[in-house]
Design a binder for this molecule. Structure first.
Ligand code: HEM
Length: 609
């Protein structure tokens, strides 16, 4: 018996149309990929072809979730290419692509990554890093950043050209020494009043697990501390809204308090907050997530209103007393808001003063730029202290010297310059475990780029990425300042990084120049150290961040040791510490890099005296 299957003519033509469209799509992608490959080859840098596209939103979202599945099913030769199109690949692939055939053979520290819609240069060549990061008008900030950070309009992070220069001047002035002093005071006060008193501390070292604190809980405490310090530094402690101050309730007309609104906005930063306001406010009631989306939308709008009213208040204060300089010593206001309004008004005669909306947007990026990054650094610092007890002893010597020095109060801003080992510890931590993994710029037009081998020509709109993580472990970092090492570093029994090459091992003393040197801290060669970026767009909050991290560490170590807790029966102290060293590399990437919230790890704060 024979069956004749009749395909209706409409279905047949739809299938034909679909096949044709698919074929056209594949042909177009292949053509674009080949054209990109051809252009890349003419640049003179090694070229790596990847069949997928790093910039496509669907691929970006799916590939992150299915990274390990893809690496398991794809053949190695294909995966090593596809892996480079999964956002955050630099965290997982490390320096591997720079070791690939053509890249390695040419001894090149840069390569071009091409695909159907991808055309990017990746570099760890210090000459190229320095060149690209210096030329802010030739290599611009990516416009896509505005989606994340431009909710209140353009600001210093999202802008380029004249507008960027106009914002950068007052911002850099404000985040100077003065705010660092105010930030020190805020960090000490919050650490002293809120953080240290609730640490479950013990008088014994070692195994007593009753008073330990698990890592996720500690991370939450650090996040809260950072948030509160940033708010103090941004707007001062004096909320003008009496209900919020006295009862923690929002003023009439608002759904949220100032801090609730900011929290809601930032907690959804890589999610709902990224959507355009029109999508957030127009989210249909019948669609899942309406309540949450509308709450975030209200929080974003209310935060803007709060900032506007604070700015008006500050302008009134300034107008009322033109003579009162904002200074931390003189009892004047030294919060970011007051200082930024003042710095902007100082530009009034040049016509460059910022409008209220511009001030709101720039103040917001202080918080957005500083909050998660400082919290991540402080969390990493706690893990590193527990992981490296000898380095903690090295810091404790400094803490004791500061506390015992009769001249200064250990809680005074004046001690910061004495905390040179703490700063060295932070610099080393940011080298190996910093939160920024790439710096991205877009070529504003056809550009030349200096590399250590030659000058290369790259097309307009090329994305140039610095792979920060691979850059920070180049062999040039090895054997720096060996004379400054404490004795335990050269003792093979205590080689805590298990014989890994020096450039990859945690050795804070590399940052201390020998006594008598012109500068206390090592100044790395240009283009080799960029955890806070480099060039004219270097992070203006770098000093403020270092001050806060140092302050909190000093305050904790003044009375406590930070200890790794054995987590299973029979585990020795050194095995527990080894787990913490592993944890430093067990990270997650979501725009910035953070140590994972490992609930199996606990820390103990042992009273020193
Ligand atoms: C550990 C803490 C911090 C880290 C790791 C960090 C990292 C960075 C990096 C890597 C850049 C350069 C990005 C690029 O070149 O594309 C940057 C820029 C910036 N950061 Fe930070 N940052 C930190 C803290 C802060 C703080 C506390 C503030 C403000 C209060 C801040 C405000 C900014 C601003 C406004 C820019 C943009 C500068 C410009 O484009 O001219 N950052 N930060």
């Amino acid at each position: 018996m024979r069956f004749d299957i009749q395909i209706p003519p409409t279905t047949a033509s739809a299938a034909g149309l679909l096949t044709t469209l698919l074929l056209l799509f594949v042909l177009r992608a292949a053509y674009k990929g080949l054209a990109n490959f051809y252009t890349a080859c003419s640049i003179g840098l090694p070229t790596v072809f990847a069949p997928t596209d790093q910039t496509g939103i669907v691929w970006s979202l799916l590939s992150v979730s299915y990274r390990s599945r893809l690496s398991a099913v794809l053949p190695a030769w294909l995966w090593r290419r596809v892996a480079l199109t999964v956002p955050g690949w630099e965290v997982y692939q490390k320096a591997k692509p720079f070791d690939y055939d053509s890249v390695a053979q040419n001894k090149n520290k840069s390569f071009v990554l091409v695909g159907p819609s991808t055309f990017e240069v990746w570099t760890v060549d210090p000459v190229a890093v320095h060149d690209v990061q210096q030329r802010v008008h030739d290599f611009e900030q990516a416009k896509a950043l505005a989606v994340l950070l431009g909710k209140y309009g353009p600001n210093v992070i999202t802008s380029n050209g004249e507008r960027w220069a106009r914002y950068r001047r007052p911002v850099a002035t404000v985040l100077s020494e003065r705010i660092s002093g105010a930030n020190f005071a805020a960090a000490i006060r919050h650490a002293e009043e809120v953080f240290v008193p609730v640490l479950p501390s013990s008088k014994t070292t070692g195994n007593g697990a009753a008073d330990k604190i698990d890592v996720p809980h500690l991370f939450d405490m650090i996040t809260n501390l950072t948030f509160n310090v940033l708010i103090s530094a941004s707007i001062g402690d004096k909320f003008p809204w009496s209900l919020e101050k006295e009862q923690g309730r929002p003023e009439p007309g608002y759904k949220f308090t100032y801090t609730e609104a900011l929290h809601l906005f930032l907690d959804n930063f890589y999610g709902i907050s990224m959507l355009p306001m029109s999508v957030i406010t127009g989210w249909p009631k019948w669609l899942a997530g309406h309540k949450k989306v509308s709450a975030v939308g209200d929080a974003i709008a209310e935060y803007r209103e709060r900032m506007r009213s604070l700015l008006n208040l500050e302008r009134d204060r300034l107008a009322a007393d033109k003579q009162t300089p904002s200074s931390s010593e003189g009892g004047g206001r030294a919060d970011l808001l007051a200082l930024l309004v003042k710095a902007s008004e100082d530009e009034a005669h040049t016509g460059m003063a910022l409008s209220n909306d511009e001030l709101v947007s720039n103040l917001f990026v202080f918080i957005a730029g500083g909050f998660k990054t400082i919290a991540a650094a402080l969390q990493t610092a706690m893990i590193a202290l527990a992981a490296y007890p000898q380095w903690q002893d090295w810091l404790l010597e400094e803490v004791d010297a500061i506390v015992n020095s009769s001249s200064e109060d250990a809680d005074s801003w004046e001690v910061f310059p004495q905390a040179v080992r703490h700063v060295a510890f932070i610099l080393e931590m940011m080298r190996l475990h910093g939160s920024s993994t790439r710096l991205t710029r877009i070529a504003a037009g056809p550009q030349t780029m200096q590399t250590s081998g030659a000058t290369v020509h790259i097309p307009a709109k090329t994305r140039v990425h610095v792979d920060t993580m691979a850059l920070h472990v180049l062999p040039c970092w090895a054997e720096v300042n060996r004379q400054s090492d404490p004795s335990f570093v050269s003792n093979p029994k205590t080689d805590m990084d298990g014989g890994v090459p020096d450039e990859r091992s945690f050795r804070p003393s590399r940052w201390l120049n020998p006594p008598g040197s012109e500068k206390t801290h090592y100044l790395p060669p240009k283009g080799t150290y960029v955890p806070w970026g480099t060039g004219p767009r270097v992070c203006p909050g770098q000093k403020m961040a270092q001050v806060e991290i140092t302050t909190v560490m000093l305050r904790i170590l003044k009375d406590h040791r930070v200890e790794a807790c054995p987590s299973v029966e029979g585990e020795t102290q050194s095995q527990a510490e080894e787990k913490f060293r592993t944890a430093l590399h067990d990270v997650e990437w979501g725009g910035i890099l953070q140590v994972k919230r490992n609930k199996d790890l606990s820390i103990k704060f042992t009273k020193r005296k």
